[in-house]
Design a protein around this ligand. Sequence first.
Ligand SMILES: [Zn+2]
Length: 425
Amino acid sequence: MDLTPGDSRARLRQRQRRALDRYLRSEVAPFAPFWRSRLIKAGLSGQRLQRVEDLRRLPITELAELGDGREAVLRPTDSTLLHEGPMRMRWGAAIAKVTGRGSAVNRTLVEPAYKPIQWHVHGALLVGSTSEDIETLAELGRRWLELAGVRSTDVIVSLLANGPRLPFWQLVHGARRAGIAVVPLDPAVTPAAVTAVAPNVVVGSPEVLAAVLDADEAWTGIARPTTIIPVGVGQPISADDHDRLVDLAQGGEVVDALWVEGVRTVWSSCRGGSDLHTHATAELVEVVDDDGRPARGGASGSVVWTGIGWKGTALLRLRTSVHAVLDESKCRTCGRETPRLIPVEPAPMWIAVLDDHPEVEDWIAEPGPSTLSLSVALVDGRRRRRVLDELEELLAECDGVEVAVVPKRRMARMLSSTDRASEGQ
Ligand SMILES: [Zn+2]
């Protein structure tokens, strides 16, 4: 399945529905024991998916529930392949049965699709990729480089952690697919080893990239990279890290990327943009609130991930560590219409406690070296003791938070002085 910019939202949703429907009915449910029982319980086994939203009947899965991931791997048997598998596999299995050429069919049809040949570590979870998956990863890697504006004449130095880490492989396979030269170096090499390659593009963690770009003497007489791609692992690149790299880039473009455990691709910004583009053909990305309902009206929430069409390990409605807003409008920077994630810091729980309490009229937070002081003004000061007890109980789980009640007049002074301070900035 390919997607060109300009596909309308409705068409995109329709294509996702069809692909997801086929995937669930003819691969995930028949071949993966972990998902089979859950799909049956959710009423999603054996019947067509009418709308993409029907997938919400499947409860959200936490990464820890998958254990080492063994039960989530698609493992077709002769019988499930013949009776429930995708049509091309059923034909293959039927022909093998009639002609007795089972091993040839296995080698040319079944193994490339279903035999995991590369494993990536996602925390305690091992995610298996088959030969077909690696081609998908290569295509998503090619799109990553295209989004970042990397050109075929560029030379990339990868300083990503190698080994069983997905971003490294997506970059290397993607560069191969795009026909771009890549030099994978160990993240611990000296800046001189990087500049010896004279790269146009450097990719790595923000810390490693900052150290390399900061080594001015190593860049003497060598053109600096035109593209810098920091990859956040687990958490998005912070604004501070991004700005630091922009300073060190000396005119090169900084294009952020993010990978989180449980997700089989890197998400990345387009050149000049800051949101993270997702890949509608290979994933369904949802953002849900604390109760697991879709976050509405541009609200932020937890990102829940479903892989579409991936063999090896199947991952459905998996809660990730990312908190973000989902933007499904056209990207103002590049014009692509695939959904984008805008990562945000989750609001601390104490904000909701103070905002939701009917007796709290105003509040102000002042961070100290090891504590956060919350001053609150109450609607009715006479209920001070009781409200304070309630707030302390509600805030008991928030480490280092101290709460004090202040008179309304003092609160007004505190608020006006913070207003003045912020205006003065
Ligand atoms: Zn864009």
